[in-house]
Design a protein around this ligand. Structure first.
Ligand code: AMP
Ligand code: TRP
Length: 354
């Protein structure tokens, strides 16, 4: 019985202002997973253009996200780092998935509803189809594990639904061509061409909140720069943003349960835990009962110690665009070879002549 080879895939959009949420929720996990897995990390430029982008700014941003990957410790020789548009098989498989996924499935996506807002008629078709391209990103490599922040959970469930429907719709054909792989689904085993991808969403920073409002996600597009710590912020800016972070007036609780209904306190404790690689409970054991005037400087020191070296290295890398471009080109070639193999199989499964 053959099995899917474990493969980690994830993507980050080149849309400016990479922040602490992107780092703790995603990039830092990408780095950790490298030790024990084959990994493919992608700068998803085709996803970025689902909303308008300035071309020069987009190029800059693709290089900046790549620099963040490398500065954080991703090894582009042992693994694969590239930008999505270099490998046209992503868009090709996305088209096929557009014909597999149902309008109803996509209509339920909360990210589309949020991003399209009230004026849905005016949203791009690409914004609506965003999750089918995301499924294609992963499945064109038959990726099995996807590290992401909590906000991507629903999209990954959709990727599983698409894989499952494709496997079902073409099950006879897949068997006839000998392209099926056995996999466990619940208590049974099924045979399919695409794996049912597992999300990796764990730890104390799967959803880092805004520093100005503990009920809002930290986001690239928040108009207030004080709401987020950018990966390019220098030490003074990081310290200032933490000093100005919104809190309530109580000291930190002495039990973890005391963080419930205190979203800003909970967020800062979660950030500390993630940066220090300890549990929230441990942070409460160390700082419980202290005032924010004591906790914030400790958090600022920790954040600066962890993030400032990354910012320095990013600045150095961005100053050498030729190196970044060479990394993306090499990654694109290696990714393209895998993707083309999958697309050959998919064309055969569908009955396309080639
Ligand atoms: P994006 O910038 O939307 O491409 O997101 C890149 C990665 O960062 C995805 O895995 C997101 O789930 C993750 N991410 C984005 N914002 C946050 C946040 N506030 N907290 C945790 N993870 C996040
Ligand atoms: N949608 C993801 C985000 O906004 C980015 C993304 C695109 C992605 N393709 C992916 C993440 C494939 C994981 C796997 O954060």
């Amino acid at each position: 019985m053959s099995q899917f080879t474990p493969l980690v895939f994830s993507g980050v959009q080149p849309t400016g202002n990479l922040h602490l949420g992107n780092y703790l929720g995603a990039i830092r996990k990408f780095v950790a997973l490298q030790a024990t897995n084959n990994c493919i990390y992608c700068v998803v430029d085709l996803h970025a253009i689902t909303v308008p982008q300035d071309p020069k700014e987009l190029s800059r941003s693709i290089r900046e996200v790549t620099a963040a990957f490398l500065a954080s410790g991703i090894d582009p020789k042992k693994h694969i780092v590239f930008n999505q548009s270099r490998v046209p098989q992503h868009a090709e498989l996305a088209w096929i998935f557009n014909c597999i996924a149902r309008m109803g499935w996509l209509s339920r996506m909360t990210q589309f509803k949020e991003k399209a807002g009230k004026d849905r008629e005016n949203a791009s078709v690409g914004l609506f189809a965003y999750p089918t391209l995301m499924a294609a990103d992963i499945l064109v490599y038959r990726g099995t594990h996807v590290p992401v922040g909590d906000d991507q959970k629903q999209h990954l469930e959709l990727a599983r639904d698409i894989a499952q429907k494709f496997n079902n719709d073409f099950s006879d054909r897949i068997a006839e061509l000998g392209l099926g792989v056995e996999m466990a689904v619940g208590d049974t085993t099924v045979n399919g061409y695409f794996p049912l991808t597992e999300p990796i969403i764990e730890g104390s920073a799967t959803r880092v909140m805004s520093l100005r409002d503990g009920l809002k996600k930290m986001s690239k597009s928040d108009p207030s720069d004080l709401s987020r710590i950018n990966l390019t912020d220098d030490a003074d800016t990081i310290a200032k943003k933490i000093r100005k972070a919104k809190t309530d007036i109580e000291p930190l609780p002495s039990e973890e349960e005391g963080l419930e209904a205190r979203p800003e306190a909970d967020n800062l404790v979660g950030i500390y835990a993630a940066l220090a690689d300890i549990s929230r409970a441990q942070v409460i054991r160390d700082f419980g009962g202290q005032q924010f005037s004591q906790f914030k400087p400790a958090l600022a020191d920790l954040a600066v110690a962890k993030l400032a070296p990354i910012a320095d290295e990013m600045r150095r890398l961005v100053g050498d665009p030729a190196h970044i471009d060479a990394v993306l080109k090499d990654g694109g070639e290696r990714a393209g070879a895998i993707a083309e193999k999958t697309m050959g199989d998919v064309r055969d499964i569908l009955g396309m002549l080639r």
